[in-house]
Design a protein around this ligand. Structure first.
Ligand code: ADP
Ligand code: ZN
Ligand code: MG
Length: 492
């Protein structure tokens, strides 16, 4: 019997509801700032505090951001979109209802392709709708049920969210992680999202297990099977890594239950990050519990034409492909150089000004490498990219050696915030007339990659060959011993 149970073939099914904070200056229905504040309840007004008589006014920037996401997800934007009130009573919601969208969401039927283990998977997007964020509760001296008291902060109330709902297309936790990473990448490219902002991505995940025999060859599962499967909704997931951990745990928990002949309860569960487990919160609310009805204070919004009027930038996958074709970059370099829009834009500037290969080395390897070593990224040196570009120029025009540029100038630039020309001057790194030999050494190295490879492979004769090349270039005027030494330094 035990053996038969173990053989039970079960498949995992996951669908997501991803809440992303849209980057706008002001809240979705009032003029309060969305910038985080040190003091609670300082970014508030009668509208986002839900005071009697206050009326919402829709923020155009939030709609624009949602349309951009819709275009990036290849979703359709309806002729008209409307807002609804979702009613529930909870202290983080001052009006006792949340303004959200119900049956005419702003984005419908999209998809997002993401790489999973060397393959490309397409996840269907059912819808994406705009809504306001509730405030935040701080339970003092414990968790929600043990705290002595709770504080409420309405600074977050009214911050624009886009809730993106997928079809139940995920067949495992690692797919969810890949999808979220891709989604964040796209959102950041669009300039509507800031991943570094606390709580800017929050995920509710629905998970069920079904009989493996119900999964078709192409991975599809019949509607009625999906509907009949008991599922749990896991809340409080706030990162890709968290999603993978929470859902691996939940998948195992459900599989174990089914294998032991128990039924999975349809309920809402809470991901407890510190304990690494999901815990039961409550039985799941049904839609009718929310008594949705139309938000009469906001007229329907005609949005269809916005789709044509709002442009979106080239998206990361397309840009990766173009970098490969246009600049001849390999997959790894193209990946690195398109990791964020800012890096990609900078790379293209440098590539166009100097040389695509040189730019790839300097941006992907040297700059990103040094930044990574310092636990920084390009946003930290945003205002100094001109200086990095100048450094590449110094190398491109042969004013300094690549070795000096890499080992002295770039590192000093980052550590001491000095500009490259100053460093070159102070350290005396400029190649002057006397540096004819140094230049010949650089050339000999560049022109003879095979000899360089032999040298690195430990072949003693290779260095003599390179010395010979340099001697030839300098018309025999250089000292072979010096040349030998210089070559070894450059090659180390
Ligand atoms: P609800 O009625 O609870 O809102 P929906 O059908 O609207 O349920 O779907 C909500 C989310 O649950 C969607 O993200 C969807 O992909 C997901 N979902 C639907 N069926 C399943 C299932 N059998 N297993 C896992 N997730 C599912
Ligand atoms: Zn306000
Ligand atoms: Mg929701």
């Amino acid at each position: 019997m035990a053996q038969r149970q173990e053989q039970l073939d079960l498949a995992v099914v996951i669908g997501l509801e991803v809440h992303v904070q849209l980057e706008t200056d002001t809240k979705i229905f009032c003029g309060c700032s969305t910038e985080p504040a040190d003091e609670p309840n300082t970014r508030t007004c009668p509208v986002c505090l839900g005071l009697p008589g206050a009326l919402p006014v829709l923020n155009e920037a939030a709609v624009e951001a949602a349309v951009k996401v819709g275009k990036a997800l290849d979703a359709s934007i309806p002729e008209e979109t409307r807002f609804h009130r979702k009613n529930y009573y909870y202290p983080d919601l001052p009006k006792n209802f949340q303004i959200t969208q119900y049956d005419d969401p702003i984005c419908q039927d999209g998809e997002l392709e993401c790489p999973v283990g060397g393959e490309r998977r397409t996840i269907r997007i059912r819808r994406a709708h705009l809504e306001e964020d509730p405030g935040s509760l701080k339970h003092k001296g414990g968790s929600i049920d043990t705290a002595e008291y709770t504080l409420v902060d309405y600074n977050r109330a009214g911050v624009p969210l886009l809730e993106i709902v997928t079809e139940p297309d995920f067949r495992g936790a690692e797919e969810v992680r890949a999808f979220l990473a891709k989604l964040e990448e796209v959102l950041e490219y669009l300039g509507v999202f800031d991943a570094s902002r606390d709580g800017s991505l929050r995920v509710d995940a629905n998970l069920s297990v079904v009989d493996g025999d119900d999964v078709g060859e192409d991975g599809s599962i019949a509607e009625d099977v999906l509907e009949d499967a008991n599922r749990t909704e896991v809340k409080n997931i706030s990162s890709h890594k968290g999603a993978e951990k929470a859902l691996s745990y939940e998948a195992t928990r459900q599989k174990n239950a089914v294998r032991r002949g128990r039924e999975v309860e349809q309920e809402t569960r809470h991901w407890d990050e510190s304990r690494g487990i999901t815990v039961s919160m409550r039985s799941k609310e049904a839609e009718k519990d929310y008594r949705y009805f139309g938000e009469a204070d906001l007229p329907p919004l005609r949005v269809a034409h916005w789709k044509d009027e709002i442009a979106i930038p080239e998206l990361p996958d397309a840009r990766r492909k173009r970098f490969h074709e246009q600049y001849g970059l390999g997959a790894e370099a193209a990946d690195k150089l398109t990791s964020t829009k800012q890096v990609a834009d900078f790379y293209e500037d440098v590539a166009e000004a100097f040389d695509p290969d040189l730019a790839a080395t300097w941006v992907a390897d040297e700059l990103l490498g040094e930044l990574n070593y310092r636990d920084m990224d390009v946003t930290d040196v945003e205002s100094r990219l001109d200086e990095v570009s100048r450094l590449v120029e110094l190398v491109a025009t042969d004013e300094i050696t690549a070795k000096n540029a890499r080992e002295t100038v770039l590192r000093t630039m980052l550590d001491e915030e000095t500009d490259p020309d100053t460093i070159v001057e102070e350290e005396g790194l400029g190649k002057t007339g006397g540096d004819e030999v140094a230049q010949a050494v650089d050339e000999a190295i560049e022109e003879n990659p095979d000899a360089v490879a032999d040298y690195h492979a430990g072949e003693g004769g290779a260095i003599n060959f390179l010395v010979g090349q340099v001697m030839q270039k300098t018309g025999g005027s250089a000292d072979p011993g010096d040349v030998n030494q210089l070559l070894r330094e450059e090659l180390s």
